[in-house]
Design a binder for this molecule. Structure first.
Ligand code: UD1
Ligand code: CA
Length: 452
């Protein structure tokens, strides 16, 4: 049997370069806190435990780790010091311990797995994920002699020869659970930064006669996030992965680079997505849906065969049943559209229930807010609402009713009734000519007064 893994996530660093009141690891990527990506990738390894190392008072960070426990690193004295803070939470664990960084969310489960597997196969006390850096300046260098990883030298402590090494430390490490306490315990801070470097465990393990290995991975996965610019780069990389996964699952994207997804977006197969579409958190799309250009969808379920957009906005709490059509410049908020219902042009439907097959005319507004409270509009099945109508909530329109164009509906409409909520038209024959003459004279008089 394979021994169970433990994962330690280091997230107690200051993150000063973000210049933010929000802790770095809580900055969102694909609408999910950075550290939740790290946790999701670790969870896929089915570890026996996950432990977060956080800064004192970082309550929000602890909450983001839930249900996993966190320990506090009392002072940011380095990555080795941080890892040591987790030792208490690792008591009794004899399997491999994977140490990852909370600010490096792009490391995939597959790459983590490769490291753990290699360590088990090679019976290594320490395994490090390394990469050949295009610019190794900011990284620790992996010193490999005759195929054996001997030590890691931090950039600031490296001599000229070591600085020329491009094989760099990703920060991800796998330590033998039976040795971790003694390895971490031997780390000192005799270096340029006066910090306890986790990277020192390699040299310490070697000196004690243990094996250390380096496993190479792709540089693209090891991009850590220290600044807003790096956050944007990571967002781009994650978006690319999410799009690729959606397309692999059978989604067509006419211009994938302009489709923005959330980490939790669920899109079934045979959905077509046009250019410039954004999915906020909490969206599920069933199969055979067409989402045309420039739609913004958040917190909503879209049923099979629906046609959305172009230029539609669907806001949280909305449920769009099968075969619904939502057209251009239509906004839904907490609104349910029944099967086959249509709102094709220029409408705001807030807090509304629209029945099956009902047709909502152009310019219709479900008037949901009176300045104090929000109220629901309930439209039953097979209703026709004429263009430019206001349905002033709370109000109900019964099954099969017809609301005539331009109506302001303030009273419930019973089933199969026709409702006129507008002034009766008055037509005066032959009066256009005299009206024109009158208006012309008035305009001329106004011009004369201005000249004087
Ligand atoms: C670290 C590695 C370096 C590697 C690089 C990869 C060490 C000494 N150096 O350097 O070899 O190439 O990552 O990006 O490990 N943290 C704490 N407590 C601390 C200090 C850090 O929890 O006291 C956490 C941070 O929140 C962060 C991670 O550890 O998630 C890495 O810390 P950071 O200071 O960014 O390490 P680097 O100097 O980049
Ligand atoms: Ca870093």
């Amino acid at each position: 049997m394979k021994s169970p893994i433990a994962v330690v996530v280091l997230a107690a660093g200051a993150g000063t370069r973000m210049k933010s009141a929000l802790p770095k690891v809580l900055h969102p990527l694909a609408n999910r806190p950075m550290v939740r990506h790290v946790l999701a990738n670790a969870e896929a390894l089915k570890p026996a435990r996950i432990v977060g190392v956080i800064a004192p008072g970082a309550k929000d960070v602890a909450a983001a780790f839930a249900p996993y426990p966190t320990v506090v690193q009392t002072k940011p004295l380095g990555t080795g010091h941080a890892a040591k803070a987790a030792l208490g939470a690792l008591k009794g664990h004899a399997g491999p311990v994977l140490v990852v960084f909370g600010d490096a969310p792009l490391v995939t489960t597959e790459t983590l797995k490769r490291l753990v597997t290699a360590c088990a196969r090679e019976k290594a006390a320490v395994g490090v994920l390394g990469f050949v850096a295009e610019d190794p300046t900011p990284y620790g260098r992996l010193v490999v002699q005759r195929g054996v990883l001997e030590r890691i030298v931090e950039s600031k402590d490296a001599n000229e020869i070591e600085r020329a090494i491009t094989f760099s430390n990703s920060g991800v490490m796998c330590l033998d659970g039976r040795l971790i306490a003694s390895l971490l315990g031997a780390i000192g801070n005799d270096n340029v930064k006066r910090e306890f470097y986790l990277t020192d465990v390699v040299g310490i393990a070697r000196a004690a006669g243990h094996k250390a290995i380096a496993v190479e991975g792709p540089e693209t996965e090891f991009q850590g996030i220290n600044s807003r610019a790096e956050l944007a780069m990571a967002e781009r990389a994650l978006q690319q992965r999410l799009r690729a996964a959606a397309m692999t699952a059978g989604v067509t994207m006419t211009d994938p680079d302009t489709v923005w997804l959330s980490a939790d977006t669920r899109i079934a197969n045979d959905v077509t997505i046009g250019p410039n579409v954004r999915f906020g958190p909490g969206v599920t799309v069933a199969s055979d849906v067409q989402i045309k250009a420039f739609c913004d969808i958040e917190g909503a379920r879209i049923g099979r065969g629906a046609i959305i957009g172009p230029f539609a906005r669907i806001r949280p709490g909305s449920e769009v049943a099968d075969d619904v059509h939502i057209g251009n410049f239509v906004e839904l908020k907490a609104t349910k559209m029944g099967k086959g219902a249509k709102a094709n042009h220029l409408a705001y439907l807030g807090d509304a229930d629209i029945g099956a097959r009902s047709n909502i005319g152009a310019g219709t507004i479900a008037v949901n807010y009176d300045g104090f409270g929000k109220w629901r509009t309930v439209v039953a099945d097979d209703v026709f609402v004429g263009s430019n109508s206001s349905l002033v909530a709370p109000v109900k329109v019964g099954k099969g009713a017809n609301v005539t164009a331009g109506s302001v509906v303030t009273e419930d409409v019973p089933a199969d009734a026709v409702a006129f909520g507008r002034a009766r038209q008055v037509t005066k024959k032959g009066r256009a000519g005299p009206l024109r003459a009158k208006l012309k004279a008035r305009a001329a008089a106004a011009k004369r007064t201005k000249k004087k």
